[in-house]
Ligand binder design. Sequence first.
Ligand SMILES: C[S@@+](CC[C@H](N)C(=O)[O-])C[C@H]1O[C@@H](n2cnc3c(N)ncnc32)[C@H](O)[C@@H]1O
Length: 274
Amino acid sequence: MSDDRPWEHSRRRPAQPRDSATPARGAGSGRPHFGRPERPALKLQTTTLWYYPSQQYSDAPMGIPGYAGATPAWVVWNLLQRYTREGDLVVDPFCGGGTTLDVARSLKRRGLGYDLQPQRPDIFRADARQLPLEDGKVDFVFMDPPYSTHLEYSGEEECIGELDAFDGSYFEALDAVLGEVDRVLKDRRYFALFVSDTWKKTKGFVPIGARLSGMCEARGFRAVDQMAVVRGNRKLEKPNFHKAAEEGNFYLRGFNHLLVWKKERESARKSGGR
Ligand SMILES: C[S@@+](CC[C@H](N)C(=O)[O-])C[C@H]1O[C@@H](n2cnc3c(N)ncnc32)[C@H](O)[C@@H]1O
């Protein structure tokens, strides 16, 4: 199955996990149980703990199955159901295998995707810190950036997956991306950020989700909500990973943060808010 051969889809080398305490997402990440994933009917998530047992929710794959670091399609589906309408322009600045584009189009939204290593002709090459978009034209932004150096992507100098959350360069880059989101998003529209925290044996823990929340707030966005999304990953089922976590006194990352924020600049100013 293509899930086991992500390089078949990539023009460049496939993303590789770099930290054994942080199992790779993507390949197999929709299969928390070995064998065929169960696919219950897709419904809106109604609590702040999000879970669905499969990466894909239908037989027509969204994005490129097996693209390392692929976003679970059902997460994007839930976000678009809640925060967008038909015809809206949805942008993904870290588009990878195009999950966001496929889900958006299946729901009659318009999708525009950018990435440093485009995997398909309908994804454009751009640095997320410099999007080729006019100001204030976008209805919703979804982004699932690299989580510090967890996976190796294109290896290019501009790749945010080359930047370490331990020395601050990662947050500097993501702050520039947030600046772009602010610039391209229409007022009173939403964006969502899907990230994992990071832990390294020699360096410790960095609460990436909390740090990014602080940065969104500092930029004047309004917090809408925050969800914990259960990570489905076959490696989380491996007993030796759990044994290492016990013996090394660390935790395997069991959830991703899903942060939802709203741009409310002009309306907030008019009503005397922040
Ligand atoms: C977690 S993956 C995104 C997965 C995607 N949502 C999907 O479902 O396939 C992160 C992506 O960010 C891209 N990337 C890294 N640095 C970037 C940058 N500065 N600008 C744009 N894309 C970048 C990587 O090439 C990788 O495809």
